[in-house]
Design a binder for this molecule. Structure first.
Ligand code: PFF
Length: 676
């Protein structure tokens, strides 16, 4: 380990690491992904699961990935491989999903380059922008420009037309820029992000203020901050909110494990995770204000022209949203070409560091495994990524394919499932407490035992429930695979991409693993509680199978469900107790205890998912929450959400920085030991 630390490159400073990790997290996902997901999947209702996911899943898992990367000093496959060689595939799975993202993310970056170029041209053309017009015409023009003139997009179509060279060329520019940023290694990355993180923030603030001063902006804010309860009962709202948290924090894609592996020996872990999680949330939230206030302004413009369109329909939703709303907002500013130039420049810088963080983690993983030359792998990878991205540059259905693949990777079928697997492997198979102690030893503040229970029990149950809920929901939809007597090609392709990833990952994990085991454990303990837990968990599984396959009288169903839940819960308590005690004593828990715990978690998740489906049906049948018109003013709940979010962001970040300052003060006071 010591050797590795000496050999491995590292970030220049703590600031360098934080900014690089913030740089990876804060990206187009915040300005492009977050608003469009809110617009398409639930409006204000999206915010509630999103906030829950940031705090219950995002920040604790970020600390887990940092600790794993820092402790093992390896990229994701190596880190999981050194925990247990059989689980190297988990790391590869996340890397492969990262690769899928890197096929389309640079395309969106390419859109930004195009708008940047058009803004530069605008500056030299006396300030005129090709999408700008005033009043209601401006709303139509912004939409027409992006979808028709730029993309040659056909709504709802998945057929691919000719390559659009005006998208392909900026795509090449995007890949070239990413290549140049990482070809010199992580030290340079640590420096570039000092520019690429603060500048976009400044621009975002300007746009938020401009959006809020547009007439009618309140209607957009109401849509953003007022949860419609019937949407909260839908699985899609939850799955996309949770998926967006993974995407936005670059969680479970192997990036944060890799970045932390370059972190200096004594670096903080817990506080960094909290700072990064909160900053990312703050950026998305402010971007949401900027976009939705603007959409409110657009709706007002339509009303003024006598053809009122409500805010939830004023532009088409989906992945094009940001490229209509932001250009419109920019066109409303004085010196709009200059502001456009600065904004798209900021967007490009924001996207580049996220894009190259994925490339970097794939690169490090491949180089660690194969020992091939870094520069050769980088060139090959860039070409493969570029060529795969061509699909999305096609006229007609290019953007629809981009949205579909993004939905599959980031909507629980892909990334949240990998997150679930990570927690199960590290929580039940690894010695999780080792990671907590490792993180605490070098952090400004410590995580208590509750963190273990979050990673080992709560997060897997939450993600497991979401996974089964989405699965039952999708498969009960008759049109999921076959629609109007035709194969539903986008769903089939999306699901295949997600399904191929684990197969490939297993193959990569099996072939020639160079990773050594790093766990040093005394002996195996906990047979009795392990077997008892496993048997209880299996009884619960059996009962569930029975309940799902045989129609029993209602009271019997209820009794058996309660027995199934109780036996799974008891299994969970027993096996968790066994793992806890083994961890403290440095022993290895018996296989029966680990398997029993995992089976119990899956049982509870399935039961919770089935209960949610029942609840959802009940709500629908009884018309408890019916889709209401968007209110005209912010409601009490909106103000509560606004207050809670501001408190969490400002208070949370303030507290983190205070802890960092106190810790650095203590370090300065501690006399340095003479070097040996
Ligand atoms: N977090 C980035 C964003 O919000 O734009 C996107 C991203 C970067 C996703 C790195 C995944 C990843 F591994």
């Amino acid at each position: 380990m010591e050797m590795l630390e000496q050999q491995r490159e590292n970030w220049g400073s703590r600031g360098g690491f934080i900014l690089a990790a913030v740089g990876s997290a804060v990206g187009l996902g915040n300005l492009w992904g977050f608003p469009y997901k809110i617009y398409s999947y639930g409006g204000g209702a999206f915010l509630i699961p999103y906030i829950l996911a940031i705090f219950i899943i995002g920040i604790p898992m970020l600390a887990m990935e940092f600790s794993l990367g820092h402790f093992t000093q390896r990229s994701a496959p190596g880190a999981f491989g050194s925990a247990n060689r059989k689980f190297e595939f988990v790391g590869w799975w996340s890397i492969i999903l990262g690769f899928v993202i890197i096929t389309y993310y640079p395309v969106i970056l390419g859109y930004c380059f195009s708008f940047l170029w058009l803004s530069i041209k605008g500056i030299f053309n006396g300030g005129s922008l090709p999408w700008a017009q005033s009043g209601v015409e401006g709303v139509r023009k912004a939409e027409e420009f992006f979808y028709d003139t730029y993309l040659a997009h056909k709504p709802g179509s998945f057929s691919l037309g000719a390559i659009r060279w005006n998208i392909f060329v900026p795509l090449v520019v995007a890949w070239l820029s990413m290549y140049l940023c990482i070809c010199k290694g992580v030290k340079l990355v640590g420096k570039i992000v000092w520019l690429t993180v603060p500048l976009p923030w400044l621009m975002l603030l300007i746009l938020a203020v401009r959006g809020l001063t547009l007439e009618g902006s309140i209607e957009g804010l109401v849509f953003y901050l007022n949860p419609s309860w019937e949407k909260l009962a839908e699985p899609t709202t939850w799955r996309f909110a949770f998926g967006q948290v993974f995407f936005s924090l670059s969680l479970a894609f192997g990036v944060m494990v890799t970045y932390a592996s370059f972190l200096h020996k004594k670096s903080d872990i817990n506080n960094n995770a909290a700072i990064i999680g909160l900053s990312d949330f703050a950026t998305s939230f402010v971007a949401g204000i900027a976009i939705f206030a603007t959409l409110g302004g657009m709706a007002f413009a339509t009303a003024k022209a006598g053809s009122y369109v409500p805010v939830d329909k004023v532009v088409s939703g989906g992945p094009g949203l940001a490229f209509v709303a932001f250009p419109y907002a920019l066109a409303q500013l004085p010196y709009s070409a200059w502001f456009s130039f600065i904004f798209f420049f900021a967007l490009v810088t924001l996207g580049i560091d996220s894009a190259f963080s994925i490339t970097e983690s794939i690169l490090t993983s491949v180089v660690e495994k194969t020992r091939w030359s870094r520069s050769v792998v980088l060139i090959i990878m860039s070409f493969v990524g570029l060529l795969s991205g061509i699909v999305y540059t096609a006229a007609g259905g290019g953007l629809n394919w981009l949205g579909t693949i993004d939905d599959f990777i980031n909507g629980t079928w892909g990334i949240a499932f990998v997150g679930l697997l990570e927690c199960i492997v590290l929580g039940w198979i690894y010695r999780l407490d080792r990671l907590r102690v490792h993180a605490n030893e070098r952090s400004d503040f410590s995580f208590g035992k509750w963190w273990n229970y979050l990673i080992r029990i709560i997060i897997p149950i939450v993600l497991g429930t979401l996974f089964f809920w989405s699965m039952f929901d999708d498969f009960s939809d008759k049109g999921f695979f076959i629609k109007a007597e035709k194969f539903n090609i986008p769903n089939i392709v999306g699901l295949s991409v997600v399904a191929v990833a684990p197969i490939l990952a297993i193959v990569l994990g099996i072939i020639g693993s160079p990773f050594q085991k790093t766990q040093n454990l005394k002996c195996v303990k906990g047979y009795t509680s392990g077997w008892a837990g496993l048997i209880l968990a299996l009884i619960s599984t059996l009962l569930m199978v029975l309940l799902m396959t045989i129609a029993l009288p209602i009271h019997l169903t209820q009794i058996l469900t309660i027995v199934a839940v109780l036996s799974s819960l008891s299994a969970l308590i027993m096996t968790n107790y066994c793992l806890d005690n083994c961890d403290i004593a440095g022993n290895r828990a018996s296989a029966s205890a680990r398997i029993g715990g995992i089976v119990a978690i899956l049982n509870i998740s399935v039961i919770a998912a089935l209960t949610l489906i029942r609840l959802n049906n009940y709500v629908k049948d009884n018309g408890k929450f019916t889709a209401a018109d968007i209110p005209k003013e912010l409601t009490g709940v909106s103000y509560i959400i606004l207050g809670v979010v501001s408190l969490l962001i400002i208070g949370g970040l303030g507290w983190c920085f205070y802890k960092a300052i106190v810790a650095s003060g203590k370090q300065e006071q501690t006399p340095q030991l003479p070097q040996e």
